[in-house]
Unconditional design. Structure first.
Length: 81
């Protein structure tokens, strides 16, 4: 079997365009997709990853929010997010 080289940028653009169409169809039905993220680490790499995913989601019309928690967060506080 021969190896196949993928154009990651082109694939990403196509997938994002397809996702945007699906999101718009849901929004016409009154459904707003969300990508909410709970960040449990204060690691700069994790925070950069979350920012990147949120930007990507926003370009597809997906709303979202990030919540940062630490080791002192109680179960009640977590469930209240």
């Amino acid at each position: 079997m021969a190896a196949q080289i993928l154009d990651g940028l082109a694939l990403s653009k196509r997938l994002r365009a397809e996702l945007k169409v699906r999101v718009e169809a849901l929004q016409k039905k009154g459904v707003t997709p969300r990508l909410d993220v709970i960040v449990a680490a204060q690691d700069p790499a994790s925070q950069a990853y979350v920012r990147m995913k949120r930007r990507w989601a926003e370009t597809a019309g997906i709303a979202g929010e990030s919540f940062e928690i630490d080791g002192t967060t109680t179960q009640a506080e977590f469930l209240d997010l």
